[in-house]
Design a protein around this ligand. Structure first.
Ligand code: ADP
Ligand SMILES: Cc1cn([C@H]2C[C@H](O)[C@@H](COP(=O)(O)O)O2)c(=O)[nH]c1=O
Ligand code: ZN
Length: 190
């Protein structure tokens, strides 16, 4: 599937929702940044949002594990995305799993206003359960892209984020110190 930067003709509503999902280290943020930078090259106006709680690499920028980055606005609630994203052509959202349950409705409203909305997030938490608003976002999206990491145990495609520490909290920020991507077989082996 190719994602297009084409501009709407006058009066034509080209709003849409794209979801990029997968495990940790699967390339969600890289893919989000790639699509947003192409939109910038096409001279479309863009606004990017992430949850304020996600301070792993930077307070405000969206940063991939390979340290590619793009400036963003940290927000506390999806309502801020609706307010701040309303007057732009493309809206990008990273770490969508941490947003409140109203995010799908916000994305729908933005798409109805003609905005291309691109959302990236973890589809499953460390226990293999659907994460936050992600399943509902995937249900209403025009396009869903599931990316895979490489299983660190066996080298097969990985769809799970295995937590290496004993902590049952749903939200636990971290990197390779706490998580490793695993395939189905290796995820359920431990
Ligand atoms: N086990 C792994 N499988 C795939 N990529 C990995 C792995 N470990 C590190 N990486 C790196 O992580 C990058 C993806 O980072 P990023 O886009 O931030 O992922 P995500 O947002 O899905 O966590 C890859 O391009 C690769 O260089
Ligand atoms: C599986 C899982 C992950 N997290 C946290 C860990 C990281 O800070 C982010 C995911 O980042 P990425 O860009 O996808 O690598 O989420 C969590 O809080 N709970 C979990 O179950
Ligand atoms: Zn494996």
């Amino acid at each position: 599937m190719l994602f297009s930067e084409h501009k709407s003709r006058k009066g034509e509503n080209r709003g849409s929702i794209e979801v990029i999902c997968g495990s940790m280290f699967s390339g969600k943020t890289e893919e989000l940044i790639r699509r947003l930078k192409r939109a910038q090259i096409a001279k479309l106006s863009i606004e990017i949002f992430k949850p304020r709680t996600d301070t792993r690499y930077d307070e405000s920028a969206v940063v991939s594990h390979d340290l590619n980055s793009i400036q963003s606005t940290p927000v506390d609630h999806s309502s801020a995305v609706l307010l701040l994203g309303a007057n732009t052509q493309v809206v990008g959202i990273d770490e969508a799993q941490f947003f409140d349950d109203n995010l799908p409705d916000v994305c729908n409203q933005l798409a109805q206003q003609g905005i291309r909305v691109i959302v990236a997030g973890l589809d499953m938490d460390f226990s293999g359960k659907p994460f936050g608003p992600m399943p509902n976002l995937m249900a209403i999206a025009e396009h869903v892209t599931k990316v895979n990491a490489v299983c660190v145990q066996c080298g097969n495609p990985a769809v799970y984020s295995f937590r290496k520490v004993a902590n049952e909290a749903k939200v636990l920020l971290g990197e390779k110190d706490i998580y490793e991507p695993r395939c189905r077989l290796c995820f359920h082996a431990d």
